[in-house]
Design a protein around this ligand. Structure first.
Ligand code: AMP
Ligand code: MG
Length: 355
C-alpha cells in the first residue's frame, strides 16, 4: 500500500509536471506550442514545413527579450537603467535603445498617455500582487513628480540611456509583448511559414497569412466583463494583422465597488477612468512597420485617452483600425472596421453616432 503522504506527493509532482510542461501539438501540417513567458501563457501555431524549428526559435527570442526588458530580472538592461536613475548613463543593446526611443515617439503621438516612465506608480499600486492597495494622495503626488518621458535622456552615439531623477523607473510592460510579437513574426517568415496565429497572452495576437486558402483567421476579442474564454466582445476576421487589446479587467482589484486596474493615467497617477473598459486595435502589417509593438502601445494609450480622443487617434493613423468598449456598454468601431466584424456581444450597443 502506498501511504497517503506518498500518494499526495505523487499527485503534487504530477500536477507540477502538468502545469510547468509546455504543451505541444504536432501533425504533418501544423505545429502548436504553449509556454509561459513574460508572466503569461503564449501560444504559437504555425502551419507548413519547419513549424517546429521556427516556433522553437521564436520562443528563444521571446526569452531574450524578457531577459533584456523585465523589471523582475535583476540583470536586465531596464533594471540597470532604473538602478542608475539620477546617477549615470547606462549603455544598452541596440534593441533596448530602439524600444525606448520608439516608446518616446509613441508618448508624443498619444499626447503623453503612453509613458514608460510610469514605473514608480505601477510599483506603488502593486497591481497583480497580494500587496495591491490604494495609495494615499500624497504618495501618488510624490511619485507623479518622477513620471515624464521628457525626463529620459538618450545618447545616440553611445547607445546609452539615463533617467534624470533618482527614483525614476522605466516599465516596458505596455510595449514589450508587442515587440516580441513582431520578432516572432519575422522569425516565422524567415522560416518560410505562410500561415500562423501568434497569441502572446491574449492581449497581443498576430495573424499571419490566412488560415487556409478560402478562410481568414477568426479572432475572438475578450469580453471585458466575462471570464476569459467564456464570451467574446466581438469576432473579427483578418489576415496579416496585429490585434492588440488593453482592458481594465486585467490585473485589477475592487474597493467599495470601485475598480482599480493596471493602466495608469500619467496625468493623475490613478488608474485610467475615462469611460473605456477595453479597446482593441487592429493594425495592417503590410502598411505599418512593427505593427504589434505600435498596436500594443497605442491600445494602452487609447484606454487612457477615453472614447472620443481615442477614436480620433485611431482614425488619424493609416493602417490602424479599432474597437472600443465603453463603460456604458457602447461599442465604437472605427470607419474601416465594420466589414471585418463577424458578430458582437448582445451586451453591447453598436454606436455609429460617435464616429
Ligand atoms: P497593456 O496590457 O499593454 O495595456 O499594458 C499595461 C501595462 O503597461 C501595465 O501593466 C504597466 O506595466 C504598463 N503601464 C501602465 N500604465 C501605463 C502608461 N500610462 N503608459 C505606458 N505603460 C503603462
Ligand atoms: Mg499595450
Amino acid at each position: 500500500m502506498i501511504s497517503r503522504r506518498k500518494r499526495l506527493c505523487i499527485a503534487l509532482i504530477l500536477m507540477t509536471v502538468l502545469i510547468t510542461a509546455c504543451s505541444r501539438i504536432k501533425d504533418k501540417t501544423k505545429y502548436e506550442e504553449t509556454q509561459i513567458k513574460m508572466g503569461t501563457a503564449m501560444t504559437i501555431k504555425a502551419y507548413g514545413e519547419n513549424g517546429e524549428q521556427a516556433v522553437s526559435d521564436a520562443f528563444k527570442r521571446i526569452d531574450e527579450i524578457e531577459r533584456l526588458t523585465s523589471l523582475n530580472i535583476s540583470t536586465s538592461e531596464v533594471t540597470s537603467i532604473n538602478n542608475a536613475a539620477g546617477k549615470r548613463y547606462v549603455k544598452v543593446s541596440p534593441e533596448v535603445f530602439e524600444l525606448i526611443k520608439e516608446s518616446m515617439e509613441l508618448s508624443k503621438m498619444s499626447q503623453g498617455a503612453f509613458d514608460i516612465t510610469i514605473g514608480p506608480l505601477v510599483k506603488l499600486w502593486n497591481f497583480g500582487t497580494k500587496d495591491a492597495r490604494v495609495p494615499s494622495s500624497e504618495e501618488i503626488k510624490e511619485k507623479l513628480s518622477l513620471v515624464g518621458y521628457e525626463k529620459i535622456k538618450i545618447n545616440e552615439k553611445e547607445s546609452s540611456v539615463m533617467l534624470e531623477k533618482p527614483g525614476m523607473m522605466i516599465d516596458l510592460g505596455g510595449i514589450a509583448k508587442g515587440h516580441a510579437a513582431d520578432q516572432v513574426v519575422d522569425i516565422l517568415v524567415n522560416y518560410g511559414i505562410k500561415s500562423s496565429i501568434i497569441n502572446l497572452g491574449g492581449s497581443n495576437v498576430f495573424v499571419l497569412g490566412e488560415k487556409n486558402k478560402q478562410e481568414l483567421w477568426t479572432i475572438g476579442i475578450q469580453h471585458p466583463r466575462k471570464v476569459q474564454g467564456d464570451g467574446f466582445l466581438a469576432l473579427v476576421k483578418e489576415s496579416d494583422k496585429a490585434v492588440a487589446t488593453s482592458g481594465d479587467y486585467e490585473r485589477y482589484f475592487m474597493v467599495d465597488g470601485k475598480r482599480y486596474h493596471h493602466i495608469i493615467d500619467p496625468k493623475t497617477g490613478y488608474p485610467a477612468d475615462n469611460g473605456i473598459m477595453s479597446d482593441s486595435l487592429v493594425l495592417d502589417s503590410t502598411l505599418v512597420k512593427n505593427s504589434s509593438m505600435i498596436g500594443d502601445a497605442l491600445s494602452t494609450a487609447v484606454l487612457i485617452l477615453g472614447p472620443d480622443k481615442g477614436l480620433r487617434l485611431i482614425e488619424s493613423l493609416d493602417g490602424v483600425e479599432g474597437l472600443i468598449a465603453t463603460s456604458d456598454y457602447k461599442l465604437l468601431i472605427s470607419s474601416g472596421m465594420d466589414e471585418k466584424i463577424e458578430s458582437i456581444s448582445e451586451d453591447f450597443e453598436y454606436d455609429a453616432q460617435r464616429r
